[in-house]
Design a protein around this ligand. Sequence first.
Ligand SMILES: Nc1ncnc2c1ncn2[C@@H]1O[C@H](COP(=O)(O)OP(=O)(O)OP(=O)(O)O)[C@@H](O)[C@H]1O
Length: 437
Amino acid sequence: MLIERVRSALQPRPPSRIGVAVSGGSDSAALLHLLHDFACDETAHGRHIALRAVTVDHGLRPESAQEAKAVGEMAEALGVAHDILKWTTWDGTGNMQDCARRARYRLMADWAASHDIHHIALGHTADDQAETVLMRLGRAAGVDGLAAMSPRRRMGGVTLLRPLLTVRRAALRKHLQARGIAWIDDPSNDNPAYERVRARRALRTGEAGLSVEALCTVAQNMAMVREALGWQCFTAARNHVRFDAGDVVIARQGFRALPVEVSRRILHDALRWVSGAEYGPRGPAMGLLLEALRGGTVMTLHGCQIVPNGTEIRIFREFQAVRALDQGFDPSGQALWDGRWQLNAPQGVSADGLRLRALGEAGLAYCRRCRAKAETQARAAGQVPPPAPARPHAALIASPAVWRGDALVSAPLAGCAEGWTAELRRETESYFTGFLE
Ligand SMILES: Nc1ncnc2c1ncn2[C@@H]1O[C@H](COP(=O)(O)OP(=O)(O)OP(=O)(O)O)[C@@H](O)[C@H]1O
């Protein structure tokens, strides 16, 4: 029974508030009704579940506003609150479908946060899953791509749920028809200009043994492989990766002995962690990086520099990627730089008129002169001078520094702190746990 699929997708304990993303198509219309049935059956799950539906009006077709309104009426008939979010920020560049999808998820995540909703249910079906696998096969995807969509996935502060991922679209339509519920047919679902529509057609012919069931099984198999790989990467990273002043440092000997796919993932996620980018580099670029490292060559990729030496591989921010950053401080004398370094002024010192920029060559030369002077003074006073920063020159020039005009005030990561501190605000632990997500 369909309701059983919904129940098992929400196990072990259903959330008390669930957002439902409804485009008005058959799948999400069925999802809304099934979730409503489930929520109403309080005796079965023993708690009150509040549903709230949302429709994103992309404004890309003349009928879209009317369709969003129709979804509102459908939700109202069930006594479910409904909101319409409008996408108004497309600049007409890039792949329209992809931009619309990203915007939809962004809008829905903000909407969920504003309603204290931590779970959003989506109407993806087994047919969607199979189409996704087929499209990705066509693009020569690897394990992650072929694992396709998961029934439950974290997206920032919200968990996306796909309770209908094992249900066929035809079954949902039959269910809606039996209950006399109408849905909206989006004409773009038949437009062969779209890759998904072509994949759907290829699946219909059943040629070469391609079927929704077979491709969904591929996705499940790949999801299991991905999980196993994640565990192996997590263990290997724990054994061979350390952090040094925001750089990722990998022990070369242990790294060399790892299977290529594991070392590729360790590097890939390190680049993502250091750069703070949502995605890591693409496959071919990663191939070039692995080759460069085998030959002991330095490489620049994804706003990072990757530098092997005899014993270690160090990954740090590339100067070019941060050289244009230039910002002021808040009234309390703090500023977040490059999304990860928080600079703090010494107590009682005003940061008014000061700027936060990369240290650069001139700044580093100045730091070295200051250090040399301080060392001479310390030795003359019979003291041992503090050790010089051991990070490479290229890493130091890409570190944050405080400036008054062209005069350097402080460079805490280059041994010239002058009372300022730099705190790393990106958790190093998230690098490791990322392999298990
Ligand atoms: N404009 C939208 N507003 C709200 N949710 C949406 C929207 N478009 C898609 N979704 C959500 O994402 C799921 C998958 O999207 P997809 O584009 O595959 O579906 P669809 O063809 O628009 O409609 P359906 O899946 O309802 O038949 C939908 O089932 C729905 O939960």
